[in-house]
Ligand binder design. Structure first.
Ligand SMILES: [Cu+2]
Length: 159
């Protein structure tokens, strides 16, 4: 009888363990990448501070941005680029999207700021590239003139 109870306990413990393993898998499957913005390499233009997160539904991206210190009442581009570094301007590259989709997926993706120089919002874009393919890519913020003003590498989110 004792043995039977011990087995029952062990089964219970393993059920608890596997459900927590399942939960942590679900967290991992909540695929979000985050970029902390820094200065664009080699640029003397003032860079906004802030964060951009990108979550994925397969190859459709939801890009959320929260920036400060950007030109007030302005608007500019926000894109993921082909490069995987923000250390060297020659490695940032151009827009990162699958040409099989046709026209540049990043053509109309923009941030817009309020009169205090804060820009917060979200947009959706289908690029043909999923979470794993976007990992470590450079996220670039452009100003109203199209110049690159900030850059951040997309890393796996820890929260
Ligand atoms: Cu860009």
């Amino acid at each position: 009888m004792t043995t039977f109870n011990t087995v029952k306990k062990m089964l219970y413990v393993s059920a608890v363990l596997s459900s927590s393993a399942f939960l942590s898998m679900q967290v991992a499957a909540d695929q979000t990448l985050t970029a902390d913005l820094g200065a664009y390499p080699g640029s003397s233009l003032s860079a906004p501070t802030g964060k951009v997160s990108v979550s994925f539904d397969k190859e459709t991206l939801t890009v959320k941005f929260d920036m400060n210190g950007i030109a007030p009442s302005s608007k500019g581009g926000i894109h993921i680029h082909t490069g995987t570094s923000c250390d060297d301007a020659s490695k940032v590259g151009g827009h990162y999207w699958s040409a099989t989709l046709g026209d540049d997926a990043w053509k109309t993706t923009t941030w817009e700021s309020d009169s205090n120089g804060s820009a917060k919002g979200e947009l959706m874009v289908k690029t043909g590239y999923n979470y794993a393919q976007n990992l470590s890519h450079a996220l670039v913020i452009h100003n109203a003139e199209g110049s690159r003003i900030a850059c951040g590498v997309l890393t796996a989110s820890t929260y």
